[in-house]
Write a new protein. Structure first.
Lengths: 297, 1195
């Protein structure tokens, strides 16, 4: 089942336009939505998750009109929001079972089977009898995934899922996500480029409510081959370099600054070519050298 | 130092700014202003001005209690906002001291609260200014508005705010704030209850933290004139009480300051924080291999909907029940039930009764348990609506495929279930209380039907409204207040007289009374139909909640309305349509009953029928009419319907000097008249159905001395039900009808409107005062009905097989016919025609006194008071026969009637008492008030029965005062002087209270419709006279009076005739008693300034008393003028307190002003004073005796 979004827009009552004519095609598999904080990702996710209304545009999941047929969407939706909590006094197994009923798994035996296997899949089976209030952040996140996976959803929306996880938890979480990504359309909304790089077969970059680039990660990276150059500079030189070249990113390495620059050809002998990665794609797009955004001269 | 105050100022400013920005603050402001405006005119009695300082003080004090809710909201917000927003780590780790933080927050919330509460006196002032007119308002004095605010409201607010603030900071949750407010409210009421129990104890007035008792003590006995003129001021007791309240507040805040710590707040919303568990949980084991999860999509059919509904309900119920405070609520209800229910039945006319289940329930429903239920409904509805959002699971839960209807239905059911559990706690508490009081007949069925049936139905309807308000008003604290407003609004609208029809007052019904004899009886139908109607509305509200429920992030009103339109499909639309149809259908049926089958009168039109009666027909008042001298009736009582059919006739005689051409007949419009005819040709000239007045023109004028027979065929029954209480005289078991259902001959002034304001409204002149004792014409008739005096009655009563029918008269015969029972009663001689017919399934107890048969007809099982009743009947008959003359009938009977109205009524050889009387009991140390009550009614056989007064002023002295006096004497003779004195004290207390509420007090002999004078003042006047001149003389005078007028016709005696007899037996020196107590309204003010003693040297003690005395006479509105005093007053000296045997008790001649009295006593005294037993009418009763100061002998 494919999710087709056309010209979706939403403006908040205080005037902020959170989503500006967004059009996307999301096939089965992992789709990464990449963008900085405040780009409009969460708003877009909530619109798709039937929690907010769009002002104009359309979104269709197969035959279902996502904006107007909220009930139908919910029947085949799994949503893991950016921040959430659970009733702390409820036990994990009980909570999952509760949501299983709400998601329409009526038969008690089948339900028990689904609950057990999901708990095992997210590795919470050992602690299923504990109250959710005692869970750490990562455990809560995994329980949230289990809830999202109930009912065999065809559309799974995951909003900034790895933000609060320690490195080990993050790895486990991404593995889990990878497993489920095969039979449904999964939208992973994040500002962490590595998440998209590791998991997604398609991606889009969004900022200020607009889609700046929609492509496959490998294709985007390939398009940048030969255009990314690296130079190490001292702190005092940085300002001059930034003024003279299209610097797309800077980082510190052992006390000195490493800059990446976007240029069609070598900008100088201080620079060396670099194999581009998705981070370079992201920074290039954000800087306006790639994709929709055009930098004023 | 300046840095500190700077920080405190900053915290203060920040908080105040936040508060003033919030729209809820302004809504609270409007609410308080409206309260002040709206309630100022509410509870005004007669001559007391609307803006009398005492009235304003009471209004503000009462509103202060309700203002607690707003305090709760403001304080809760101030205390919890940081925690809720998660800002506490930032704040608590910055260099702010406890005093700055807590102080700033608290004073800011308090300042805003007090600012808002200012609006109550301002609203009050506005109301006064807008409505000012000289009759009901006095001069506008700002002090009268400001004083109560500064003295009562501000300290109360400080006190409540400090307690709630401390609780909230400590517990860190919002619900305890509301529970705290409830607890404070209950504590206040407990203090009020205890105060009543301990008879105005000054200790309680000091302790009552809200100053209400202290205020009451100050103004309790003020006459209307004093109430209008005097500012409440700051008398000593009130001052200390206020200081005490502020001291408590200071202590609470100090304790909070010590105990508070700027610490991290762990998962406050409830689970146990088990660190060990957490660490264990973090040890994660990698799964053995990929797990195969079965891909099961959900199915969505009716079965799933049902399961979802069950799941939502279970979760909602467990959320409410597992909160820590719920157990507290349950236990609290059991305790509160015990507290409030302890006095069930205690105030049924001041006799204590067994705490039957009905009495207990009625008492409980009348206490704050009802508004507490509303508050809990509001708070729990809010919890349910907000729970997911509060916990953070809302975004997940809202994206789940559950219909809004299912969510709302589940939460509503959970709310009602919770309220049910609380009601059950009340039942448990009620049963425990009954057992603790020694009563074991628990009648669980009655508990269930009333508390879990009727009361719960009402609560469920309120709960639906609470849910809607919480859904629509997306702010928890504000919504709670609005729910309370919505609950109070119908009561307020009705009390203020704006809206009367119960179809417009949400959730209301015409009211009901549960009788042991008759169960819910005819009250069931109106209750059920009104509740069904309101349930249909509740369904509408629930549908609206579904449509407007916030789901996801869209909570703007426009988007919600758009969403509502989208949701109006499928099952929701069907439910909406069903609800609308139900409202229309049920509403139509109810309206048909209240407005078409019965007459509905708006507030303005109430009394219209009576007014029209007078406007149209008063001209006929003096037209000579024939007099009723005998009647024969056949009364068919049909309890199953219930209905009464009456056929019968009147024997009328023309006793006027001239011929009578027209006969006017008045029948109460509620009686259905089938025919009225005469035994000679007569034409119906006019039939005014609306008022019930008919005029017949006789074919041949009726000549003087001739007689005429009138026949009639009537029926008495209810038609459907009305907006007011259904009629309760014709019922399934316990029928009780009287004269009013039968026709009256001629215009009857007794049915005119009596309320002065109503008369003014309809354009009627004020009623003239009753004629004086010299009015010869008025003395021609006794009682209040014209054209009949003493009537012979011949009545055949038919009722169902299981019931007994009674009416005054000798039972000639009883038989069974056509499956019904019949009784034939004939009066042995003409009697007052009260008619009074009773029918119920009675059990009879029989006894004798000399040759008088005694019978008590009672409801089966009501056997608690029968022995006492028989004892009183016998003792009273014995005493009264001996003192006042023989009892003329061979029978004296007592009938139990349902508790729908009245207490005890006397008819010829028949007395009726309400069923509550039959449950009375006398505990150790209590005076036998039931004995006294029966004695009073037996007394009426003489006073009002054998001897009846003319229709003049002071007529009630001859009936009520004399019966009361006789009853006090019978009690004294049977139980001793002490018991008599206690009954006397009881009368005195009621008299003094009655004085404060009524205006136009007249002398006892001139009493005109004032129960506190007729029943109380008159009796204590007689008793006082007896204390002076002895029972033999007083009773002798009564005997002579009775002998003169017993069974004589017109002219009938007046109170002056009795007074002449009393004067004849009173020697010179106590003569002033007659003037002071009978002929004028006299008040005394006596007190003992000092008392000292010294030994005389020969083993005795000389006691020196300085007393001050003053005597005033009052005119009709309470203006007092000092009168010369030269009275005999008791002076007493006691070895212990004044309850013991006195060492010296004698009457001394006391004049006005200060004087010294010296007395010698044989043993060492402790207390002394003037009028130690409070025999004088003195409003300040506690200053009569004092402790004696002086040298004491060595121990």
């Amino acid at each position: 089942m494919q999710l087709v979004i056309r010209d979706l827009s939403k403006t908040y009552p205080n005037g902020t336009q959170a989503v500006k004519d967004v059009s996307l095609d999301v096939p089965q598999g992992m789709f990464g939505l990449l963008g900085p904080n405040g780009a409009g990702k969460s708003t877009l996710m909530r619109i798709l998750a039937t929690l907010q209304d769009a002002d104009s545009g359309s979104a269709r999941l197969g035959d279902i009109d996502v904006l107007k047929q909220k009930d139908e969407v919910r029947r085949t939706l799994g949503y893991l929001p950016q921040s959430f909590g659970f009733h702390p006094a409820v036990r994990a197994e009980r909570l999952l079972e509760h949501f299983a009923v709400l998601k329409g798994i009526a038969e008690a035996g089948v339900r028990r089977e689904v609950v057990e296997s999901l708990l095992r899949q997210v590795n919470l089976w050992e602690v299923r009898k504990q109250k959710v209030g005692t869970f750490s952040g990562g455990m809560r996140q995994r329980l949230g995934v289990a809830v999202a996976l109930l009912g065999d959803p065809k559309l799974i929306i995951v909003d900034e899922p790895t933000a609060g996880l320690d490195p080990a938890e993050r790895v486990r979480f991404l593995n889990l996500l990878g497993e489920i990504g095969e039979a449904s359309a999964v939208i992973l909304s994040t500002h962490i480029v590595e998440d998209v790089e590791e998991l997604c077969s398609r991606m889009a970059i969004i900022d200020h409510g607009e889609i700046l680039l929609e492509t496959e990660p490998s294709v985007a990276v390939e398009a940048l081959r030969g255009r990314i150059w690296r130079r190490t500079v001292g702190r005092s030189e940085l300002a001059a370099v930034e003024a003279a070249f299209n610097v797309i990113s800077t980082r510190l390495l052992a006390g000195r600054t490493v800059v990446h620059v976007h240029a069609g050809s070598s900008p100088g002998k201080e620079f060396e070519p670099v194999e581009p990665d998705l981070k370079d794609v992201y920074f290039s797009v954000m800087a306006g050298h790639h994709g929709k955004r055009v930098v004023a001269a | 130092m300046s840095a500190r105050s700077g920080k405190l100022r900053e915290v203060f400013r920040y908080e105040v700014a936040h508060r003033l920005r919030a729209p809820s603050t302004w809504i609270f402001a409007a609410f308080l202003g409206l309260l002040g405006f709206g309630l100022t005119g509410a509870d005004v009695e007669g001559p007391v001005n609307v803006n009398a300082p005492s009235q304003l003080a009471e209004v503000q004090a009462v509103l202060g209690i309700f203002g607690m809710m707003i305090t709760a909201a403001l304080i809760a917000d101030a205390a919890l906002r940081d925690l809720d927003a998660g800002m506490d780590p930032l704040l608590f780790s910055s260099p702010v001291s406890k005093a700055e933080y807590l102080g700033g927050r608290f004073t800011a919330a308090l300042a805003v609260n007090i600012l808002l509460t200012c609006l109550v006196p301002i609203g009050s002032l506005l109301f006064t200014l807008l409505n000012h007119e000289p009759t009901h308002y006095g001069p506008v004095r700002l002090a009268a508005f400001a004083q109560p605010f500064l003295i009562l409201v501000v300290p109360n607010t400080i006190l409540v705010a400090s307690i709630l603030f401390a609780i909230t900071i400590r517990v860190r949750q919002a619900i305890p704030v509301y529970l705290g407010a409830i607890a404070i409210f209950v504590a206040y009421l407990t203090a009020a209850n205890l105060r009543d129990m301990w008879g105005g104890s000054t200790l309680v007035s000091y302790l009552d933290p809200f100053g209400m008792s202290a205020l009451q003590d100050v103004i309790r006995y003020w006459t209307p004139v004093e109430q209008n003129a005097n500012l409440v001021g700051l008398p000593v007791m009130l001052l200390w009480n206020r200081v005490g309240a502020l001291a408590i507040a200071a202590v609470v805040l100090a304790v909070l300051h010590r105990a508070f710590r700027f610490a991290h707040v762990e998962a406050r919303a409830g689970g146990r924080r088990d660190r060990i568990e957490r660490i264990v949980a973090q040890v994660n084991v990698e799964p053995a291999g990929p797990v195969a999860v079965p891909r099961v999509a959900g199915t969505f059919d009716m079965g799933t909907r049902w399961l979802q509904f069950i799941a939502v309900t279970r979760k909602a119920i467990s959320e409410l029940l597992t909160s820590r405070t719920f157990l507290l609520v349950l236990v609290g209800h059991v305790l509160l039930t015990g507290l409030f229910g302890w006095e069930a039945g205690d105030s049924v006319f001041d006799t204590s009764t067994w705490p039957t289940t009905v009495l207990v329930i009625e008492r409980l429903l009348d206490t704050p348990l009802t508004p507490i239920a509303y508050l809990l409904a509001a708070v729990y509805a809010g919890e349910l609506v907000w729970k997911d959002r509060d916990v953070g699971v809302a975004e997940i839960a809202d994206a789940v495929p559950v219909a809004e209807g299912t969510l709302l239905a589940g939460r509503f059911v959970a709310l009602v279930s919770t309220l049910t559990l609380i009601r059950m706690a009340i039942i448990v508490g009620g049963v425990i209380t009954q057992a603790a009081l020694g009563y074991y007949h628990f009648e669980i069925g009655v508990y269930l039907r009333i508390l879990l049936g009727m009361d719960l139905a009402e609560l469920a309807i309120i709960a639906a409204m609470a849910m809607l308000i919480h859904v629509v008003v997306n702010q928890k604290y504000l919504a709670n207040i609005l729910v309370l407003v919505a609950c109070v609004a119908p009561v307020w609208l009705r009390e203020m007289g704006f809206v009367r029809h119960r179809m417009l007052l949400y959730g209301t019904d015409p009211g009901w009374t549960w009788s042991a004899m008759n169960g819910l009886g005819s009250f069931l139908a109106p209750f059920v139909w009104f509740k069904l109607y309101w349930a249909a509305w509740a369904l509408v509200l629930l549908v609206l909640s579904v449509l407007l429920m916030v789901r996801g992030r869209e909570d703007g009103l426009k988007r919600r309305l758009r969403g509502a339109r989208a949701r109006l499909t499928g099952p929701v639309a069907r439910a909406a349509a069903t609800a609308a149809l139900l409202v229309a259908g049920l509403g139509g049926f109810v309206f048909y009953n209240t407005n078409i089958l019965n007459t509905y009168r708006t507030i303005a039109e109430m009394g219209r029928t009576q007014a029209e009666y007078e406007i149209r027909y008063k001209v006929l008042e003096d037209v000579p009419q024939p007099v009723l001298i005998a009647t024969d009736l056949r009364v068919e009582i049909l309890p199953e319907v219930p209905r009464i059919d009456i056929t019968g006739g009147y024997h009328l005689v023309n006793n006027s000097g001239g011929a009578i051409e027209r006969i006017h007949v008045y029948v109460d419009p509620a009686t259905t008249v089938r025919t009225i005819a005469f035994d000679q040709s007569a034409s119906l000239v006019k039939a005014d159905e609306e008022v019930g007045f008919r005029t017949h023109a006789l074919g041949r004028p009726l000549q003087p001395g001739d007689s005429l027979r009138m026949r009639f065929d009537l029926s008495v029954a209810s038609r459907g039900f009305s907006n007011d209480r259904i009629r309760a005289d014709v019922v399934r078991n316990g029928t009780k009808i009287d004269r009013r259902v039968l026709p009256f001959i001629g215009y009857q002034p007794v049915f005119e409107l009596t309320d002065a304001r109503s008369r003014e409204h309809f354009g009627l002149a004020p009623q003239p005062p009753m004629p004086g004792p010299d009015d010869a014409k008025a003395k021609q008739s006794r009682d209040l009905v014209l054209n009949e005096d003493l009537v012979q009655v011949d009545a055949i009563l038919g009722t169902s097989l299981d019931q007994t029918a009674l009416t005054p008269g000798a039972l000639r015969r009883s038989w069974t016919e056509n499956g019904r029972r019949y009784f034939h009663y004939v009066t042995e001689r003409p009697t007052e025609f009260g008619l009074s017919i009773y029918s119920a399934a009675y059990e009879v107890v029989e006894d004798r006194w000399k040759d008088v048969a005694l019978r008590i007809y009672h409801h089966p099982g009501h056997t608690y008071a029968l022995d006492r009743t028989l004892k009183s009947m016998k003792a009273s008959l014995a005493y009264f026969s001996e003192q006042f003359g023989p009892y003329p009938d061979p029978l004296l009977q007592l009938v139990e009637v349902p508790r729908y109205g009245g207490y005890g009524v006397a008819h010829p050889h028949t007395m009726s008492f309400t069923e509550d009387f039959f449950l009375s009991r006398v505990r150790d140390g209590e005076v036998d008030l039931p004995f006294y009550g029966i004695s009073h009614e037996v007394g009426h056989q003489w006073w009002g029965g054998m001897v009846g007064g003319g229709r003049v002023r002071g007529g009630e002295f001859l009936t009520e005062s004399l019966s009361n006096y006789s009853a006090i004497m019978a009690t004294e003779v049977t139980y001793g002087h002490d018991a008599g004195k206690r009954v006397y004290d009881f009368q005195m207390g009621h008299y003094l209270q009655g004085r404060a509420f009524q205006s136009h007090e007249v002398a006892a002999l001139d009493v005109e419709g004032q129960p506190y004078i007729a029943y109380r003042k008159g009796a204590i006047a007689m008793y006082t006279l007896k204390e002076f001149i002895g029972a033999a003389r007083v009773n002798g005078a009564l005997r002579r009076f009775a002998d003169r007028f017993r069974d004589k016709g017109a002219p009938y005696p007046t109170s002056r005739d009795l007074f002449a007899e009393l004067q004849a037996v009173t020697p010179d020196s106590p003569h002033s008693v007659l003037t002071d107590w009978f002929e004028t309204v006299t008040l005394w003010d006596v007190r003992t300034a000092t008392a000292s003693m010294e030994p005389t040297g020969d083993g005795q003690y000389r006691v020196t008393l300085e007393v001050v005395a003053r005597k005033t006479r009052a005119d009709s509105i309470g203006n007092e003028v000092e009168a010369p005093m030269d009275d005999l007053v008791d002076i007493g000296v006691f070895a212990g307190d004044s309850a013991g045997t006195p060492l010296h008790l004698e009457r001394h001649r006391i004049h006005g002003g200060a004087q010294t009295i010296v007395i010698t006593v044989p043993t060492e005294p402790a207390r002394a004073g003037i009028d130690p037993y409070n025999r004088l009418i003195d409003r300040e009763r506690s200053d009569n005796t004092v402790k004696i100061a002086g040298p004491r002998s060595a121990p």
